[in-house]
Design a binder for this molecule. Structure first.
Ligand code: GLU
Length: 400
């Protein structure tokens, strides 16, 4: 009898978390590392939000709360979904967890059984298939490669659905590709989903505010209200309000699923941190105008990074429409040898070589289901991006 659980043996560790941890250790040991491996804004949490958290501590808001969030936050979440997304929901339809990842974890663990399938567009965020496997179900990958702008087409979705499909996981704007679905594109997917009433939709909208070039954000239950009853719409303050460490994610979805999530969360973490919840109330109810200023900063960084990537020997890069990642192909460099004498046979060799020889941490495409690519987060300062791009350019130029 082994020590570890069978469920865990089905699961890969998170590459985004793992590589960032490795970069942090190398930096602590004195190496000069620029980490563009985890997606997190380099901005400080806004002052009004920090003050709301301090006030909550001073008021003594330091005890257990409702498992699914304080009433004030659930009200703020419902108001946000009505205001920004046109979703006709109340606080009773909303739920708060310790980060968006816990919302997804709860929803999938609470609903999946062995034999169930979950359609996961590929490339995917590293944690989606692993949480599906942890829950004992099977991810079914629906390729959304560079040829379709990294977007799922109605035909590919149709082909991936079977009688065993329980969920479709959507993520727009996408981590890692930056693809952002238009309302029309979502409508096309919704038409397929209307023909398959047994399929639920979990949409991860955590990058909602980061859509560029004048695009507007759309979410599937808004575009097709007939899907509202079987859509779980997930969001959070981490990426929008530079609050990754506060760990607050939230969702709205069918009450039957929320009740099951409550049971699960009540037997695991109980409530998200009380102080973070009060900070999130302020984030959602307070001023929002600065989000657009931040978005414009990210757009400039995207333009800079994409132009520099396109100038690197052997790299190809689509222009991301949203989020703060670019997902270039490094396929043309595979098979070469780096300046440090390392064989670069795979995207993982590329990323490891770059980290060890030139001190830049990125994540290999295979972790997102698409070999021959890598992900770079441009949620970093202009000076870090410039130094990192010089190093990436030099590393690519050195591969022969
Ligand atoms: N979601 C971010 C990323 O993909 C944070 C790390 C993680 O949880 O994966 O980099």
């Amino acid at each position: 009898m082994g020590l570890l659980s069978d469920a865990l043996s089905r699961v890969q560790p998170s590459a985004t978390v793992g590589i960032t941890q490795r970069a942090r250790q190398m930096a602590q040991a004195g190496a000069d590392i620029i980490a563009l491996s985890a997606g997190e804004p380099d901005f400080d949490t806004p002052e009004h939000v920090r003050k709301a958290a301090i006030a909550a501590i001073e008021r003594g808001e330091t005890r257990y709360t409702n498992v699914d969030g304080i009433a004030e936050l659930k009200e703020a979440v419902a108001a946000k979904f009505r205001r920004d997304n046109g979703l006709d929901v109340t606080a009773q339809d909303c739920f708060v967890s310790s980060g968006g990842k816990q919302i997804i974890f709860n929803a999938l663990m609470a609903t999946l059984n062995p034999g169930d399938e979950v359609v996961v567009p590929l490339p995917y965020w590293v944690s989606y298939p692993e949480i599906v496997r942890l829950a004992g179900a099977e991810p079914v990958f629906a390729e959304a490669s560079q040829a379709t702008g990294f977007k799922l087409t109605p035909e590919t979705l149709e082909a991936a659905i079977s009688p065993r499909t329980k969920w479709l996981l959507l993520n727009t704007p996408s981590n890692p590709s930056g693809a952002a679905y238009t309302a029309d594109e979502l409508k096309g997917l919704a038409e397929v989903l209307l023909r398959h009433p047994h399929v639920y939709i979990l949409t991860d909208d955590i990058y909602e505010v980061l859509v560029y070039d004048g695009r507007s954000f759309a979410t599937i239950a808004e575009v097709e209200p007939r899907l509202l009853a079987r859509t779980l719409t997930m969001n959070g303050v981490s990426k929008s309000h530079a609050m990754t460490g506060w760990r607050i994610g939230y969702c709205t979805g069918p009450r039957e699923i929320l009740a099951a999530m409550l049971k699960l969360q009540g037997q695991s973490t109980t409530n998200p941190t009380s102080i973070s919840q009060w900070a999130a109330v302020e984030a959602l109810n307070g001023p929002q105008a600065f989000l657009l200023e931040w978005r414009d900063v990210f757009q400039k960084r995207r333009d800079y990074v994409v132009a520099r990537l396109r100038g690197c020997k052997g790299l190809e890069c689509l222009v991301p429409e949203g989020a703060f990642y670019a997902f270039p192909s490094c396929a043309a460099l595979l098979g070469g040898t780096s300046a440090g004498g390392r064989k670069i046979a795979t995207d993982e060799d590329f990323v490891m070589g770059l980290l060890e020889e030139n001190g830049v941490a990125l994540v290999h495409g295979t972790a997102f289901g698409l070999p021959g690519h890598f992900r770079i987060s441009y949620a970093a300062s202009d000076s870090d991006l410039e130094r990192a791009m010089d190093r990436i350019e030099a590393f690519c130029a050195g591969i022969v």
